[in-house]
Design a protein around this ligand. Structure first.
Ligand code: LLP
Length: 452
């Protein structure tokens, strides 16, 4: 039978809907390679060797991959003729070694808590290279930031501005602030990580921003330097970025016309990556969106990328604990990693590639399977109906693109200790966090003596 056009279109849709194969996933990730003997390699390191030495689950980050991505992002800004300061959004991955790798390339940090601030300092990032964001900074966090001389505090409300003014004035210091503006732009991403729509908790409402900026200029202890905007995360399409930046450009002009100086714009983070079939957010397209909207204003520019820099550089290695065969349905492949390790699939229904560590496992025929963790919730599911090569007990897999919002979002739910971490750099690798000993789980807990 000759296929009709609608048939062909349906086939095409089915292809796009199908999960990418192991070969396709590896082709899209130049830092990964399947060696016929050594199996899956990150940079020049055999991942099975790390799993042998440290056990599973274990997070692995590629320092060379991270550097290459940082350089690509920085180069795109330079090629667009822009001088853009890169503040790594360390909420994505706050390990000291990761911060060191990025800081050595010139990155500053975007922090959202006193803890992140202290971590950034611990990693050797100078206070002047730190931006402090967040909707609920406490008085003591603000006081710490002011006393350290943090480069910029992104203020999210009139209430925070008043509090910060009092804190800085009491210290006899002046805090440089940017007003975070809510531009009311839908970034078209997952609702839980969308931040720039009116009604989201972030930033000052657009129509109030100019007046609040003027007020800031009159407050003791405050030096307003500009505006910040961050519309959400995992955004590939440059159009919402352009719309948001254009609104900020209008605001800069309006505020300048009212006689106030504006010397910087912080364009936030949000650039997405390709987890499944999504096209990766383009640094060039982002640079272009910044250039056409803000490039002519004579302001210092900054971005706060997290995911784009680190997500593809990280993997979670895991082992099959059990294969539970079902009659007339795909088997449940139970891994030794779970939602307490990698929360993203449970929280956002996110898709992560899964690749066996062994070349022979990876080469076999594929069949549907459910990949789950051992935690006692149905939500502890990494993938349903995923086409996977046959995985037997003890087989090991890498869960891809988990370098951002992976280890940082782990918990010890179900009394599962935090996993080990390793850093690969070209041919060498080191453990960068030992697996948490189980006794640590109850360290610090106190049983009142009236119970004993
Ligand atoms: N700047 C601000 C003010 C932010 O709130 C964020 C992320 C970033 C920068 C960095 O955004 P990125 O470049 O990484 O998209 N846990 C979620 C993502 C939450 C993002 C929160 N804010 C996930 O796993 O998808």
């Amino acid at each position: 039978m000759i296929p009709t056009l609608p048939d062909l279109a349906a086939d095409l849709d089915a292809d796009l809907d199908a999960d990418p194969s192991v070969a396709e996933m590896l082709a899209a990730r130049p830092h990964l390679r399947m060696d016929p003997f050594d199996g899956l390699m990150l940079e020049q390191v055999k991942l099975a060797a790390i799993a042998d030495a440290l056990g599973t689950p274990v997070w692995v980050t590629g320092a060379g991959t991270l550097r290459a991505r940082y350089r690509r992002l920085a180069a795109a800004m330079v090629e667009a003729g822009l001088d853009v300061h890169i503040h790594f959004a360390m909420k994505a991955n706050d390990h000291l070694a990761v911060l060191r790798v990025l800081a050595a390339l010139g990155a500053g940090a975007d922090v959202v808590s006193g803890g992140e601030l202290r971590r950034a300092l611990q990693a050797g990032i100078a206070p002047a290279r730190i931006v402090f964001s967040g909707v609920g900074k406490t008085d003591s966090e603000l006081a710490l930031a002011v006393s350290l001389g943090v480069g910029q505090i992104n203020v999210e409300s009139a209430e925070e501005l008043a509090g910060l003014s009092a804190i800085a004035a009491a210290q006899g210091r002046v805090a440089s602030i940017a007003l975070r503006v809510n531009p009311d732009i839908d970034a078209g991403t997952h609702a839980k990580i969308s931040t720039g729509r009116a009604g989201d908790k972030f930033g000052v409402a657009y129509h109030r921003a100019a007046a609040l900026y003027a007020e800031a200029a009159s407050l003791p202890g405050i030096r307003p330097v500009g505006f910040a905007v961050h519309i959400g995360s995992q955004i590939a399409d440059p159009a919402p970025f352009r719309r948001a930046f254009a609104r900020i450009a209008d605001l800069v002009q309006a505020v300048r016309e009212a006689g106030h100086a504006v010397s910087m714009v912080d364009c936030g983070g949000g650039l997405g990556i390709g987890y499944r079939h999504e096209t990766e957010g383009s640094p060039r397209a982002l640079a272009n969106a910044i250039r056409v909207t803000l490039g002519g204003l004579g302001v210092r520019l900054a971005i706060e990328p997290g995911r784009w820099l680190v997500a593809p550089a990280g993997l979670l290695l895991s082992r099959v604990v059990r294969v539970k065969q079902e009659i007339g349905a795909p088997p449940f492949v139970v891994l030794d990693s779970a939602m307490n390790d990698l929360l993203r699939p449970s929280l956002y229904d996110s898709w992560h590639g899964v690749v066996p560590l062994s070349a022979s496992d990876a080469a076999g025929p594929v069949a549907p399977a459910h990949l789950v963790g051992p935690v006692c919730e149905t939500g502890d599911t990494l993938a349903r109906d995923r086409m996977l090569p046959l995985l037997r007990e003890q087989a090991r897999v890498a869960i891809l693109d988990t370098g951002a919002y992976g280890a940082v979002m782990s918990s010890t739910y179900n009394a599962r200790p935090l996993a080990a971490q390793a850093l690969v750099d070209g041919e060498r690798w080191s453990v960068i966090r030992a697996r948490q000993p189980v006794e640590r789980l109850w360290e610090g807990e106190i049983v009142p003596d009236w119970l004993t």
